[in-house]
Write a protein that binds this ligand. Structure first.
Ligand SMILES: C[S@@+](CC[C@H](N)C(=O)[O-])C[C@H]1O[C@@H](n2cnc3c(N)ncnc32)[C@H](O)[C@@H]1O
Length: 360
């Protein structure tokens, strides 16, 4: 079954990578079908193993079970808008789209008596089609099949994603992006500059594949932006920072969102945890600009803190590190395999590197 993820335009690669990480966490059995501008289409065969709902035999997986699991995936995602059950993919051409809507087997997406609305989303420069006009015409085809439209409170929202091709289907789940705004750094009880925004923090947590009940560690936790996102997906979070006043602020922020957490004042070069006890690490070490560094030098801090991250992480698990500096040499010396690297331009003089590291 094809599902389309309507991606945010915040980055060219991160939203797609986040979807794939969340499908892995959900235990989806899938292959990538197509990747368009701000739209990833995957073919999901079934769901098995870990993540949220019961264990399900992937060979015996109904559309309803996959739809339900997509609701769970939507709860985790940060860089997507909607998850759409795909009815058809066609050329982004008005006549082709209308013909497709006329032939469309609507019964797989809406049941008798339910109401609907059709909404078109034009992705950047990919089309000049008038979205409102198209919504009306496709809505008319569905109306002629015997269903009633409801613009304000429909049971089913049909989506036309107009990108390099037109991806048409019904929304099975939407990402509550406003929830991330509520957790923006300035709205939290304690604010300190140099914080990651919650959507980025959540995407990094997703890259780490941290799951419910996993032990999650941030050795440079600052004001706990990453820990809050990890705790909200059900991980047991542990944070460390060298500054007592920052740990005090992290406590205030965690208190506002999580029932349980652990925090320590300490040095990331000497972590008070036993070997191989942590399931996932996400961290944003100081870059040597404005954030406080408590170490002989930045090189010393990186060499020793990455060695400590490697030591406390379980084998087969992931650490995600954000840095402005090229830290690949340090992480490899510590023993990690660099699985993925992403660059994110924050402003003219700051490009972040996001490294997804694997401990074999
Ligand atoms: C870039 S900030 C982290 C920001 C964090 N992601 C947040 O959301 O607030 C880096 C943090 O590393 C801490 N730090 C500096 N040297 C440290 C060390 N040796 N061990 C542990 N933490 C250290 C600083 O106090 C600072 O809070």
């Amino acid at each position: 079954m094809l599902y389309a993820f309507e991606l945010s335009g915040e980055h060219g690669e991160l939203p797609r990578a986040e979807v794939l990480a969340c499908l892995d966490i959900a235990g989806a059995v899938y292959s990538e079908h197509a990747f368009f501008d701000q739209c990833l289409v995957v073919d999901i065969d079934g769901i098995c193993g870990i993540g949220g709902i019961d264990e399900i035999d992937s060979t015996n997986c109904s559309a309803d079970i996959i739809d339900k699991k997509m609701e769970w995936v939507a709860e985790r995602l940060a860089f997507s808008h909607h998850i759409v059950k795909v009815a058809k993919i066609c050329d982004t051409d008005i006549d082709t789209i209308i013909e497709m809507a006329e032939k469309f087997d609507v019964g797989k997406h809406i049941v008798a008596g339910e109401t609907y609305v059709v909404r078109a989303k034009r992705i950047q420069h990919n089309t000049r089609i008038n979205g409102a006009n198209l919504e009306g015409r496709v809505g008319g085809s569905i109306y002629r099949k015997g269903y009633s439209a409801d613009m304000k409170n429909p049971d089913v929202e049909f989506r036309l994603i107009l990108t390099e091709r037109c991806v048409f289907g019904s929304i099975v789940a939407s990402i509550d992006r406003s929830a991330y705004e509520v957790r923006s750094p300035q709205k939290k009880p304690f604010f300190y500059p140099g914080v990651l925004m919650p959507r980025m923090a959540r995407a990094l947590v997703n890259f780490s594949k941290a799951g419910e009940g996993d032990l999650f560690f941030d050795p440079f936790c600052g004001t706990a932006g990453i820990l809050v996102e990890a705790g909200l997906v059900g991980a047991d979070v542990i944070g460390l920072d060298v500054q007592g006043k920052i740990i005090g602020g992290a406590k205030m922020n965690l208190e506002a969102f999580l029932p349980d957490y652990s925090l320590f004042v300490g040095d990331a070069c000497r972590v008070p945890l036993v070997d191989g006890c942590v399931d996932a690490i996400v961290t944003d070490p100081p870059y040597g600009r404005s954030a406080t560094i408590r170490a002989e030098s930045l090189d010393h801090l990186y060499a020793h803190s990455f060695a400590e991250m490697y030591r406390v992480l379980k084998s087969g698990k992931i650490a995600v590190v954000v840095s402005e500096q090229p830290v690949e040499g340090f992480v490899r010396d510590a023993g990690f395999v660099v699985a993925e690297t992403y660059l994110q331009k924050v402003h003219k003089s700051l490009t972040r590197r996001i490294l997804v590291l694997f401990k074999e």
